[in-house]
Write a protein that binds this ligand. Structure first.
Ligand code: SF4
Length: 391
């Protein structure tokens, strides 16, 4: 029988910091309504508004060539295989033009770990895009890609991040985090270790750049691994905020985004017998909101969980709906085939009782003429549609 969690929730609601033991007890509990209500309360205190934000951007996966193996990945191809690709700059620009035409403000660009791409390759890519689209936000790469550059170009993480920032990089997504505990990571991947992932993020913040942090769970991890993951993220954020307080400079994690492993077409998916449920997802999200007291935003992952569970997530601690993903290739290769356009997303946010608001990567609000006209589906809200059906 799980323990009474109310004293833990009261502690969080009184402004106390949760311990690893508290976090474990919450994740072991089935009392998700109370956990969700506490997370919702903390969400409203941290972001005291009825606004739920979203971003319009696109994932451009510039190459699927990858020289490591992750058993949870259905996207990568080994170097030299016939179905490998590398997008040309022209192809990337074409995708950016389409994104801008749809009201997009930035691009999330990530790829496999190409064995030949050195720092100069990335600098050329960024500086070309930045020169052509000076105000378009480049939210690109991930700690495993930075670690790969460090192996190829023999540079430390801070130097790499300084050079990529100078070439036009705005911020870095928290990809490749999966579970930040080597007991799990080593079983499912040959990419960078937990320490390397965290140290890349330290370097990102050191050079004054923001990033996000993620968690993909359900890859053979247990609750103790998820708790350690959250502790490590909170620790790196504490360091970033201490730097800001001391020097007035430095970046930080702007958001935390948990989601569940998407198993289709993956080697790991064929082996794993248990996968997280909707309840596991909502509990993880809510506990993240309660435990990560130093991170401003928690993002719902409708792309992996489906638009309806994404909507429910807005009452379990999430204040952001993530991206209208114009293009995505990695989780969709593993079976996440949820789709939503801006109208769908705004409608779901409105029906959950919030005001939808487009943002950019820096969480600045973006105002586009007529966006509010998208807040109904087929110009008829769901309540009216059901009346029409009953007639
Ligand atoms: S998850 Fe990334 S690093 Fe791992 S195999 Fe796929 S592309 Fe490569």
């Amino acid at each position: 029988m799980s323990q009474n969690i109310q004293p833990i929730l009261d502690k969080a609601l009184d402004g106390g910091r949760l311990t690893a033991e508290d976090c474990t007890a919450l994740l072991e509990s089935y009392d998700i309504a109370r956990i969700g209500a506490a997370a919702d309360e903390i969400r409203m205190r941290k972001n005291p508004t009825d606004v739920v934000t979203y971003i319009i951007d696109r994932n451009i996966n510039y190459t699927n060539v990858c020289n490591v193996v992750c058993t949870f990945c259905a996207f990568y191809r080994r170097p030299g295989k016939p179905d490998t690709y590398v997008h040309s700059i022209d192809e990337i620009c074409e995708r950016i033009d389409e994104t801008i035409a749809l009201g997009g403000t930035g691009v999330l660009m990530q790829g496999g770990l190409h064995p030949d791409f050195n720092i100069e390759w990335y600098e050329d890519l960024l500086s070309t895009l930045h020169a052509k689209y000076p105000t378009f936000q480049l939210h690109c790469f991930s700690p495993p890609e930075i670690h790969n550059i460090s192996l190829i170009s023999k540079l430390d993480y801070t130097t790499i991040m300084q050079r990529l920032k100078a070439a036009g990089l705005n911020s870095m997504p928290g990809g490749g985090g999966e579970i930040l505990d080597d007991e799990v990571r080593k079983r499912v991947s040959t990419k960078c270790t937990t320490q390397e992932w965290l140290d890349v993020m330290r370097a990102v913040h050191e050079v004054g750049m923001i990033s996000t942090a993620t968690m993909m769970f359900g890859i053979g991890d247990r609750i103790e691994h998820r708790v350690r993951h959250l502790e490590r993220i909170r620790q790196v954020q504490d360091e970033a905020l201490a730097r800001q307080a001391e020097t007035g400079e430095g970046g930080e994690f702007t958001a935390f985004i948990p989601w569940t492993f998407q198993r289709e077409n993956t080697a790991l998916g064929r082996k794993i017998t248990e996968e997280p449920t909707g309840i596991d997802y909502l509990k993880m999200l809510a506990v993240s909101r309660l435990f990560l007291d130093n991170i401003q935003h928690i993002q719902a992952s409708w792309l992996t969980q489906g638009i309806r569970l994404g909507q429910v997530a807005l009452r379990f601690g999430a204040d952001d709906m993530g991206s209208i993903m114009i293009e995505e290739n990695v989780v969709s290769a593993a079976g996440a085939n949820n789709e939503a356009n801006e109208r769908d997303l705004r409608y779901q946010i409105s029906e959950a009782g919030f005001r939808p608001q487009q943002r950019d990567i820096l969480y600045n609000y973006v105002h586009r003429d007529g966006a509010e006209n998208l807040d109904t589906r087929n110009s008829m809200p769901l309540k009216q549609l059901s009346v029409a059906f009953a007639d």
